[in-house]
Structure formats: C-alpha cells, structure tokens
Design a protein around this ligand. Sequence first.
Ligand code: NAP
Ligand code: MG
Length: 501
Amino acid sequence: MGELLPSEQAMPDEQRKRTSELARSVPKQLLIGGRWAAAKSGKTFETVNPATEEVLATVAEGGADDVTEAVRAAREAFENGPWPRMRPHQRTRCLLKIAELLEAHADELAALITLDNGKPIAEARGEVGRTIEVFIYYAGWATKIYGETNPSEPALFNYTLREPLGVCGQIIPWNGPLSMIAWKIGPALACGNTVVLKPAEQTPLPALRFGQLAVEAGVPEGVVNIITGFGPTAGAALARHPGVDKIAFTGSTEVGKEILQASAHDLKRVSLELGGKSPNIIFADADLKSSVSGSAAGIFRNQGQVCSAGSRIFVQREIYDEFAQRLAETAKGIRLGDPFDPHTTMGPLVSAEQHERVLGYLEAGKREGAKVKIGGERGPQPQGYFVKPTVLVDVGNAMRIAREEIFGPVASLIPFTDEADAALQGNDTIYGLAAGVWTRDLSRAHKLARALKAGTVWINCYGMIDPISPFGGYKQSGIGRELGQHSIELYTQVKSVLIRL
Ligand code: NAP
Ligand code: MG
C-alpha cells in the first residue's frame, strides 16, 4: 500500500486526491455484532484533516441506543460465543493474525493516522509499529494466565482461577488513535473478554479500519464492537451502562472523574490513564547534548499532545541559560508543515479546539511573566491548526502554564538549585504520570527515582514505552497500570475454589 503515501514531489492536488480516496475506503458505520450498521438515530458527524481543515469523512454518530445494542452483542459473545471458551492457543493465533494484518496494511494505517490526527507520517509509522508490538506481546499472554494452588489446611484443597471480567467498555483519546486500541483491546482479548470501544470523535478513521481488519482476522462476531460518536453521549452511555463489567479510559483527568462517578452506580471495574504535567529534570552534570535532544523529543513529539510529555523542564541553575539556548536551537530546527512531507518533523494540532486552547495558554504564560525564547505563536500556514514549537523561559512552577496540562508543543523551563529542590518542585503538582532525570551521578539518579511521585521515571532518556513495562499514574494521573502483566490483572478477576478432601 506504499503507493498511497504521496511522494515528496507530489502536487498538493494529487496528494489531496489520494488521501481522500483513502478516507473514502474506510467503513463509516458502527461495528456491532460483526456487522456494520448506521446509527439508530441516522445521525452522522464529520471528521476533519487538521492540516488542511477539510472534511475527510462523515461517520456514524452512535448514541445510547447503539451502545445498548453493542453491549448486548458483546454480552452474547461473552456468555454464549466461542471467545472465552476456546483454547488459549486459538486466541493467541487470532491476536497474531491481527498483528499480521496491521503489518500488511502498515503504510495505509499510518496514512490514516496522519490524515485524522495530523502527526508527521514517520511518527504515524512508528505508532503502527508499536501497535503491532503490543498485539504480539498480548498474543503471548493468552497462554500464560495462571491460577495458584494455596497451602490451606490439610483437609482442604484451595486453588484459584483467573477469569475474564466479561464486557469491557473502552474509551480512548485521539493522540494515539491506533496504539491506544492495542493497549485496550490487546490485553482484554488475550484474557477472553469482549469489548465495546469508543474512539475519540477527532480520530474515528484508524479505529474503523482496525475494526475491519479484526473481522478479517477472524475475531468472532460481537467480540470487538466499535461505536464512533461523542463523549457526553456515546461515551457517557457506555460508562454508565449496567451491562458493562469494566471501563477502561484514557483521556483528561476531568472526564476521568466523570467516568469514575458513572461507574460507581453498579461498581464497575475501572482503570483510568489520565493527564500529566511531568517534570523532566536536568542536572548540570548531565550529558548536555543528549539531555537537550531527549528533552526536545519529550515535549515536541506528537506536537506535545502526549499525556506523559515532559512539559515542565527543570534545569539546574548553572546550566539554565545554555540549556535554554540549545533547546531553542533544536526547536528552530523543527520543520513545521505538511505532515505527509517526509521532511516535516512537526504537524498541526488535532483540532481547532486544541489550537485555541494551546494558543490561550501561550497568552496566559506571557501575561504571567514567562518569556518566549522561541515560537510562542501560531504557525505561518494559512490553513491548519499549527503552533510553532515553543520554549518558554523564566517560568515559575506556580504559574498556570506550569500547573495545567497544555497538551501542545510548549516547553516551560524552570530553574532549580539542588536535588531536594528538584524533587520538591517536581512533585508540586496534582499529577504523577511520569518524570525524567538527566545526570551522570548514579546514586543521585536512584535517589530521585525514589523521591519522584510518578508512575514512570525515565533516567537519561524520556518517553520510552515498552509493552513489558507498566504505565500509569500516581495521584490524579490515574488508577491502575497498563501494559506488562499489569494489564492482565486489569482484565481478569480471581476466583478461589475450596474443596473438602
Ligand atoms: P477527553 O474529553 O478526555 O477525551 C477522551 C475520550 O473521552 C474521548 O473519546 C472522548 O470523546 C471521551 N469523553 C469525553 N467526555 C466524556 C464523557 N462525559 N463520558 C465518557 N466519555 C467521554 O479529552 P479531549 O477533550 O479530547 O482533550 C482535552 C484535554 O484532555 C487535552 O487538552 C489534554 O489535556 C487531555 N487529554 C489527555 C490524554 C491522555 O492521553 N491522557 C488524551 C487526550 C486528551 P469525544 O472525543 O468524542 O468527546
Ligand atoms: Mg472532548
């Protein structure tokens, strides 16, 4: 499918034609019980290309009735279908088949991600690769979900069964429109659950294409259901539906709290992966070159629309000015533009709403006294939701831009004095998703790793994600850990069986 990617020389018209053909080829309906269906209300909504502001496609707007239908299909598949009852090996095969099909359609999927989300095509290709890895990883787990035998009293035999939860509602954001599907559906299916997934309204296309590939991979009907639509309607209906056993959500902390409330009514299992304001701490003894490039990637990748983005960069005072200068030079080297151009290293933000929001934070930062070292304004493009990669200096940890999640390409540089100050300021946030530490001092690195209240601490790197490594938040960054064995725990429950001998 490599021919779908516009070449470097392609005329904009040619590019527009190819990408609109690609968008046209994706199903635009809801996937319920293995069949594609329009929303019961007949409603649809438009998804927009954030680089051009053009409408890409019109897709079904699922509502509460459609959610009910999908939950019914998932329930039927769980209670009476083959999925939870088949040999675990067969589930492994099916998940591997999904991975194989994702690989076979990798270029096309990357193009769909770039179209709907705006991230540069090379980053989208990377996202497809990571999606495949997660499916392969959880394919392996399907045959390795064990119970225990426990040393109970002599006249009793006690063992445990680790069983699937049932119907899982999964609500995902737009920043990783395909990889988030793998994080959610991969472990849920490995454990024998069935799912109803609601992708973000901004990026329905990769999810719909995924649904088509899942059907092609032989996932039995009703095991994967996809409801495109809006959060307050379709998403909220899923979160409060009495037929849903578990809700898994990735998105804003604000909505995460609503999900938790909605799920309390019938005590659904809940896992939440929410926002962050992660500290990335640079000591004067760090390798300057790698700390600058790693920190730049940590805040500018995916236009800064990453929950674990290193958005508060704490720099030890001795090197503050030099670090700021070098980071600004790195930002200057970023090529903002058409995300299909292979030379582009930063695309547009995902939507008009996010564009407004990020520009609003830039204004707020300036008003509070932060200085723009570079960027600080919208991109020069006449169309599209572009924001220049931005480095702000003279930022204080109490400013709004240092306390609230901006979710854009905005690095805020805050000075610190010593280890204790770094930990104190780094932890002074309602969030606790991730943190970074750059130093050549091994003992300091370990001390900081313990002191920082974050679900992930990166030392001399930033943003590394591996399917074997748990990911999730301290404090208001979430509940539960995804990836690794931890997702298997999130998608199963334990039954204890006691037998009198
Ligand atoms: P969001 O509202 O939290 O969206 C995440 C998902 O939740 C989407 O599928 C959304 O649907 C759905 N949703 C929204 N309201 C809901 C409700 N009441 N009940 C159930 N589901 C609901 O995030 P956003 O509005 O796209 O972005 C706002 C901010 O959230 C960003 O600026 C960023 O700070 C943060 N964010 C964090 C992450 C992350 O990875 N942790 C990802 C995205 C955004 P619709 O999209 O259809 O409304
Ligand atoms: Mg929203």
